[in-house]
Design a protein around this ligand. Structure first.
Ligand code: IPM
Ligand code: MG
Length: 356
C-alpha cells in the first residue's frame, strides 16, 4: 500500500533520531512491499532561521495533505531569547492545534532487559510497569488566554486553564476506548479539590462511565498521582488527564521505565490521521554526537503503522526488533548500566533494522 508521510526533523537531536526512524520505514517498505512517500518539512527553530516563523504555511499544507506526520523534536537555547510569539515550541503547539490532534497517547512500558536503568527500587519494578497516559493536547492552559501586564506598577501575568464539556468528552471517550483494548482500568487525574475545570472533568467522565460499565474507573488528585507513579506504578492501566498534567506526568512515566529516550507517542483525532513523535525534547547538549537513543522515535514509527495505517503486523515487527536488539545487550549511553555493549545512534538504528 502507498502512504504519504510528512517528516519534520526539527532541532537538536531531531535530525539524528528521524534519520533512524526513516531507516526503519525503508526496511519495512522493503520487507512488506509498501510505499512510503516522505516529504521533509520545517518546524521549530530551523523554520525560524530559514523562513522567519516556527510553523510555515507550506509545512502545514503538506502535513494536512499527508496520511501521517513523523516529528523529531523542536527548540533549544539558540532561540531562547527571541520574540516569545515565534518561539520554536509555538510551532509545535500550533501544528497540534491546526491538525486537530486532541488526543495524545503516551504508553509507558518497561523492557525486561533494561529494568536496572529504572531509578525505582527493584521490588517496585518487579511488579511491572505498563500503562498509557492519554493526555488532552489541544486545550487547557496551553491554549487559554494569557497576558503579561503591569498592574499598580507590578509586573503581573496570567494563563487560563479552560475546558468545555465537549473537549473533555472526546478525550475521555479515547481514554475509555483505550482502556477497553487493555486491562479495562481508567484513572482520571485532576485537581478537583481546588479547580473548577477539574470538577467539570469529573462530572463529564462520571456521566460517560455509564456507557463504559466494563471499565473500572477511579479518580486521583494529580499530586497523589505523581507520588503513586513512584510508589506503585503497577496500579495504573490508562491515565486520562489534561494538557499540562499530562505533560508533567508523562516525563515522570518515562524516567521510571528506564530512560526518556525510550518512550514514543501518538497524537490523534477521530479519523486515522496522526502525528508521531518521541516524548523527549531536542536535547541540545547531546545533539550531533551520534549518542542519542533513537528507540523512542523508532517505536513512534511503529505506532504510526498501527494507528494511522492499520499495519499491525508491521508495527509488531518493529517492536519485536527493538526488544531483540535490547535483549542482545545493545545499549545507547542513556540505558547503559555496566552490562551490555554501548552503541551509537546509527548503530542502534542499524541493529534494529537488521532484526526486522
Ligand atoms: C512535550 C513537550 C512540549 C509540550 C513542549 C516542547 C512545548 O514538552 O511534547 O511533552 O509541553 O507539550
Ligand atoms: Mg513534555
Amino acid at each position: 500500500m502507498d502512504f504519504k508521510i510528512a517528516v519534520i526533523k526539527g532541532d537538536g537531536v531531531g535530525q539524528e533520531i528521524i534519520n533512524e526512524g526513516i531507516k526503519i520505514l525503508r526496511k519495512i517498505e522493503e520487507k512488506h512491499n509498501h510505499k512510503f512517500e516522505l516529504k521533509e518539512v520545517l518546524v521549530g527553530g530551523i523554520a525560524i532561521d530559514k523562513e522567519g516563523v516556527p510553523l510555515p504555511q507550506k509545512t502545514l499544507k503538506i502535513c494536512k495533505e499527508s496520511d501521517a506526520v513523523l516529528l523529531g523534536a523542536v527548540g533549544g537555547p539558540l532561540w531562547d531569547n527571541i520574540d516569545p510569539a515565534i518561539r520554536p515550541e509555538k510551532g509545535l503547539l500550533a501544528l497540534r492545534s491546526e491538525l486537530g490532534l486532541f488526543a495524545n497517547l503516551r504508553p509507558a512500558t518497561i523492557n525486561e532487559s533494561i529494568k536496572e536503568s529504572s531509578p525505582l527500587r527493584s521490588d517496585i519494578v518487579q511488579k511491572g510497569i505498563d500503562f498509557v497516559v492519554v493526555r488532552e493536547l489541544t486545550g487547557g492552559i496551553y491554549f487559554g488566554k494569557r497576558k503579561t501586564q503591569i498592574i499598580d506598577n507590578v509586573e503581573t501575568a496570567y494563563d487560563v486553564e479552560q475546558y468545555n464539556e465537549n473537549e473533555i468528552r472526546r478525550i475521555a471517550i479515547k481514554a475509555f476506548e483505550t482502556a477497553r483494548l487493555r486491562n479495562k482500568k481508567l484513572t482520571c487525574v485532576d485537581k478537583a479539590n481546588v479547580l473548577d475545570s477539574s470538577k467539570l472533568w469529573r462530572k463529564v467522565i462520571k456521566d460517560l462511565s455509564k456507557d463504559y460499565k466494563d471499565i473500572e474507573l477511579n479518580f486521583m488528585y494529580v499530586d497523589n498521582a505523581a507520588m503513586q507513579l513512584i510508589k506503585d506504578p503497577s496500579q495504573f492501566d490508562v491515565i486520562v488527564t489534561n494538557n499540562i498534567f499530562g505533560d508533567i506526568l508523562s516525563d515522570e512515566a518515562s524516567i521510571i521505565t528506564g530512560s526518556i529516550g525510550m518512550l514514543p507517542s501518538a497524537s490523534l483525532r477521530s479519523d486515522k490521521f496522526g502525528m508521531y513523535e518521541p516524548i523527549h525534547g531536542s536535547a541540545p547538549d547531546i545533539a550531533g554526537k551520534n549518542i542519542v537513543n533513537p528507540i523512542a522515535t523508532i517505536l513512534s514509527v511503529a505506532m504510526m503503522l498501527r494507528y494511522s495505517f492499520d499495519l499491525e503486523e508491521e508495527a509488531k515487527d518493529i517492536e519485536k526488533a527493538v526488544k531483540k536488539a535490547l535483549d542482545k545487550g545493545y545499549r545507547t549511553k542513556d540505558i547503559y548500566n555496566e552490562k551490555g555493549i554501548v552503541v551509537t545512534t546509527k548503530e542502534m538504528g542499524d541493529l534494529i533494522a537488521k532484526e526486522i
